[in-house]
Design a protein around this ligand. Structure first.
Ligand code: CO
Length: 283
């Protein structure tokens, strides 16, 4: 068995969302089938308050999960289920919208850098109308491992080196790792061949199977039955550890119909979500 190669390098699309938060949409709607069960990845923030200060005021979700990973900054979350939490440097918020939540995500800082990611993970058809679920993990509550070579890994979901991540899901089996590779090191991760997988490099640049992945690019990894792992290499010339997200999951292979913050299987279910939201039945 050998290591996965890169199928395609993706440059994200600069945009804004919420009340004007600057972000880069890395995983866009046209990649939802290729990267099933993942629906979206946004890299948000900036070093100017104007980039993020307006935040994401009250908005609904139905039919999937949102995973917010805060690299730097402070963001307060409140939702219609009565949950409230402060997301800080290195923390993760995992929210299963299920049948519906209305929530806000608002910065609690007026200056300095805010940087983070929001990943949307689909729910299988049978769970789309489940009860909402929510959990906040502070940085120190997330499983961390350091390899003998000195590669530091935060295990947000899945399994890495025998260490289970903070969250596991049967249907989609998500793997979500934040990997920091010092110059000249490598990191190897087992990946089932049929799981869809990608790497997003957010500091520095790295190599996968001899091909470069530049900074702030996503590499979609080819699905090859002969491959059982991926290996990330940090160049010897890196001046600081290279940082990348490694994300993979088992595809659901179900129809995907998205209308803004609602992701269901059939158009009728989207019409129902809109009607439920307007009638106040989502909260
Ligand atoms: Co939201």
């Amino acid at each position: 068995m050998s290591e996965r190669r890169i199928e395609q390098i993706i440059t994200g699309i600069p945009t804004s969302d919420g009340a004007g938060v600057k972000l880069t949409r890395v995983l866009t709607q046209h990649l939802q089938h290729r990267l099933d069960p993942f629906l979206m990845l946004d890299a948000f923030g900036g070093d100017q308050a104007d980039d993020y200060i307006a935040g994401f005021p009250d908005h609904p979700h139905r039919g999937f999960e949102t995973v917010t990973y805060m690299i730097a900054g402070r963001m307060r979350h409140r939702d219609s289920a009565g949950n409230e939490g402060l997301l800080e440097n290195g923390g993760v918020q995992w929210m299963t919208a299920g049948r519906g939540v209305i929530h806000s995500e608002l910065p609690e800082q007026e200056e300095g850098v805010m940087e983070g990611f929001q990943l949307w993970l689909n729910l299988p058809a049978r769970d789309k109308m489940c009860e909402p679920w929510y959990r906040d993990f502070k940085a120190q509550d997330l499983p961390h491992i350091t390899t003998p070579e000195g590669v530091a890994v935060t295990v947000i979901a899945g399994q890495c080196g025998g260490v289970p991540g903070a969250v596991t899901r049967d249907a989609t089996q998500p793997l979500y790792l934040d990997v920091h590779l010092p110059a000249g090191t490598s990191f190897e991760q087992a990946l089932p061949a049929h799981h869809n997988a990608f790497v997003y490099v957010y500091w520095g640049a790295l190599q996968v199977a001899g091909q470069d992945v530049p900074s702030q690019r996503m590499a979609i990894l080819a699905n090859d039955p002969a491959c059982d792992r991926v290996v990330l290499h940090a160049p010897a010339s890196a001046t600081e550890p290279v940082r990348a997200l490694l994300i993979a999951g088992q595809p659901l292979k179900e129809p995907i119909v998205q209308y803004g913050p609602f992701v269901m299987n059939r158009p009728e279910e989207i019409h129902q979500a809109i009607a439920d939201f307007r009638a106040g039945r989502l909260a």
